[in-house]
Design a protein around this ligand. Structure first.
Ligand SMILES: CC(C)(COP(=O)(O)OP(=O)(O)OC[C@H]1O[C@@H](n2cnc3c(N)ncnc32)[C@H](O)[C@@H]1OP(=O)(O)O)[C@@H](O)C(=O)NCCC(=O)NCCS
Length: 151
């Protein structure tokens, strides 16, 4: 679904997406996927409030994954001022996202990261080559990488 003006959904070369939905609401949003990224199962990516969701090259997404740059409704403080503005989401290159992972506004997942099944990623992780797991996701392993092949 696509509502609003000047929105962009872009894929690089040799990407695969099998099922799911890309949802954009409001204007000046973008969902950009790099080269050779594989959305292997059901994916829902929702981008709102003039934000950007960036996914790098050579990423692998399992199934039942949700990525959102906003919350869709407002959380306000006692003065009625909004405190939950949407924020960009960045998934850098060569990241493997496991089954049933949720990624919320402002998340950054750095290169060569593995995100364990069931994780909810709510924060920025500047360090790459890690395993993130749990709710909310934390680093549970460092100095690792992953490969598609079962070696
Ligand atoms: C992320 C993953 C690949 C890591 O595997 P691993 O490197 O063998 O990790 P380990 O099993 O050694 O776990 C390391 C620690 O993280 C914890 N952990 C691992 N996965 C977790 C998860 N999904 N949620 C919460 N904690 C997790 C372990 O309990 C362990 O904690 P401990 O050190 O306190 O004992 C694996 O746990 C996983 O989630 N696999 C599912 C991948 C998937 O969804 N595949 C679908 C096809 S694409």
């Amino acid at each position: 679904m696509f509502i609003g003006d000047n929105n962009v959904i872009e894929f690089g070369t040799d990407c695969h997406a099998t099922s799911g939905s890309f949802y954009i609401e409001d204007s000046h949003n973008s969902i950009v996927t790099g080269d050779h990224t594989n959305y292997a199962g059901k994916i829902h990516i929702a981008c709102t409030e003039s934000t950007n969701i960036r996914v790098g090259d050579n990423c692998l997404f399992s199934s039942e994954i949700v990525i959102r740059s906003g919350d869709s409704h407002s959380v306000v403080d006692r003065n009625g001022d909004r405190i939950n503005h949407a924020k960009d989401v960045t998934i850098q290159s060569h990241v493997w996202i496991g089954f049933r992972v949720l990624i919320t506004k402002g998340a950054l997942i750095s290169e060569n990261t593995i995100v364990g099944t069931g994780a909810i990623v709510t924060n920025s992780f500047e360090e790459g080559n890690v395993v993130l797991a749990g709710v909310p996701a934390k680093i549970v392993k460092r100095d690792v990488d992953w490969t598609n092949e079962r070696i």
